[in-house]
Design a protein around this ligand. Structure first.
Ligand SMILES: [Zn+2]
Length: 128
């Protein structure tokens, strides 16, 4: 999972965050072994901003991927890497649409790599 975090750091460098200056990168591990990266893309109309997690998942869907294993997320102000970075509520819901409750979210907490299941981060998420 350390490699996945390293790829998320590479993706973070592409972040477009002129408003918050909070740069986020993600790396999505697909079941076929491929890794799709994402970064946050902000907009002057703030509500049009999209998070790194949804960028990676959307790119993966566009590339024909449908099964996902894990996603690493890094982010922080001005290209730093903050501790304890978790996906926002919208991204958790987006993940729940496309990933199983066993989907793993990889992040750093208290300086250590930690892995959480999507089902832990979004219990009882909305489903049709
Ligand atoms: Zn988000």
């Amino acid at each position: 999972m350390k490699d996945l975090l390293e790829k998320a750091k590479i993706a973070q460098k592409s972040s477009y965050a002129p408003y918050s200056h909070f740069n986020v990168g993600s790396a999505l591990l697909c079941k076929d072994g491929s890794v799709i990266m994402g970064c946050n893309v902000e907009n002057a109309s703030y509500g049009s901003t999209i998070c790194a997690e949804r960028v990676a998942l959307s790119s993966a869907i566009c590339a024909g991927k449908r099964e996902f294993v894990a996603m690493a997320i890094v982010g922080g102000e001005n290209m730093t890497q903050a501790d304890s970075l978790f996906p926002c509520g919208a991204c958790r819901q987006f993940m729940a649409e496309l990933c199983s409750p066993d989907f793993e979210i990889v992040t750093v907490v208290d300086g250590k790599i930690r892995i959480f299941k999507l089902g832990e981060l979004l219990p009882n998420g909305f489903k049709l």
